[in-house]
Design a binder for this molecule. Structure first.
Ligand SMILES: [Zn+2]
Length: 69
């Protein structure tokens, strides 16, 4: 039995650091930072720059209407 151990280390497309877990940003809206892998922090930062209508297409995103601090 052959066991393959792969090092799942990838670089964030924004901060270029190594991360074990990256998030793929794909909004289908041809934004310049679209279709890349990002770490959690960069993903959140870029996500905030998306237009509200694009954000709403993401699964799990909930519009913040009342809690706009
Ligand atoms: Zn990053």
């Amino acid at each position: 039995m052959v066991k393959v151990k792969r090092k799942l280390s990838m670089n964030c497309s924004s901060c270029l650091k190594d991360f074990l877990k990256l998030y793929y940003l794909n909004s289908d809206h041809s934004i310049h930072f679209d279709n890349h892998f990002y770490c959690k922090n960069c993903f959140r930062r870029l996500f905030r720059q998306l237009p509200e209508k694009v954000k709403l297409t993401f699964h799990g995103y909930k519009r913040k209407e009342a809690s706009n601090v």
